[in-house]
Design a protein around this ligand. Sequence first.
Ligand SMILES: [Zn+2]
Ligand SMILES: [Zn+2]
Length: 325
Amino acid sequence: MKQKIMTKKIPMKRPFAVVKLQQGVRLAWESHAEPMSGTAQKPVEVSAGELGVMFLGHSSFLLQMEGANVLIDPVFATRLIVLRRQRRPGIKVADLPPIDIVLLTHAHMDHLNRPSLRRVVRATKAATGQAPIAIVPEGVEDLVDVLGFREVRSMKWWGETQAAGLDITFTPAKHWGARMFADTHRLFGGYVIADAAGHRVYHSGDTAYFDGFKEIGERLHPQVALLPIGAYFPDTYRAVHTSPEEGLQAFVDVGAETMIPMHFGTFRLGREPMEEPPVRLMDDARKRGIEAQVRILGEGETFVAPPREDSDRRDVSLASASKSA
Ligand SMILES: [Zn+2]
Ligand SMILES: [Zn+2]
């Protein structure tokens, strides 16, 4: 039995705001305990028809798809207000290829970092003379419209748009959208991005486990699923985030070929040990006999998928997606 040191103090029920503040201070304090680790890499060259998925840390990715470079939730900041990142971003902004599209899943600080977005815009504009376009959930436009993007498009759940030769669908999630407190009008979600070569990538954004994964799989048939596995402890966090086992179940539900886990190891957001999520994920994947389908990427590492043989599949699934929309 665990022996606890007893004190005379009778625990008083602390107000919610005080609990949140104390949790925040503790997480910020702990985030400064260790030096930052990891090194930035250069992007790999992917050939025509191939798909490149480069992990930049936390929920940030660079997708190299047929003719287009896409950034999702790019965060290059060393700290988010007082929370310091534990691992360096997987690439330096200066080493990014010119970016066509920036996708933002929601307005939370660990996903939408305005200084990072400004730097991305500036770098692409300097290289090509043209800024990227930004695609955001409805209600998030005001946070990005002064950052220099060529265009800002906003999306509703199941909305579709085309940009840089890609078909992009905004997908539901179980989370919340407010960046501060009162701005609850901001929507949140994920994206399925499809290219002309038949690749289809799903980035769920932040989400709890929910029925929506099955529907996303049935309607959009992602091939690669980028799914969160961190910030699940204490258990109450699982109202808005997935545990590693729930992240794996989401992967099974969407029916993708490959899972790449995210939302762990970079920012100390939950109370679980920083190194726990990938270990629990692989334990569960081995139990289910699907460990070969799970690819844990280090920062700066790229998953490359070969050209699709069944690239006609995309039209079929797009057709069925729009039919049921
Ligand atoms: Zn997050
Ligand atoms: Zn979030």
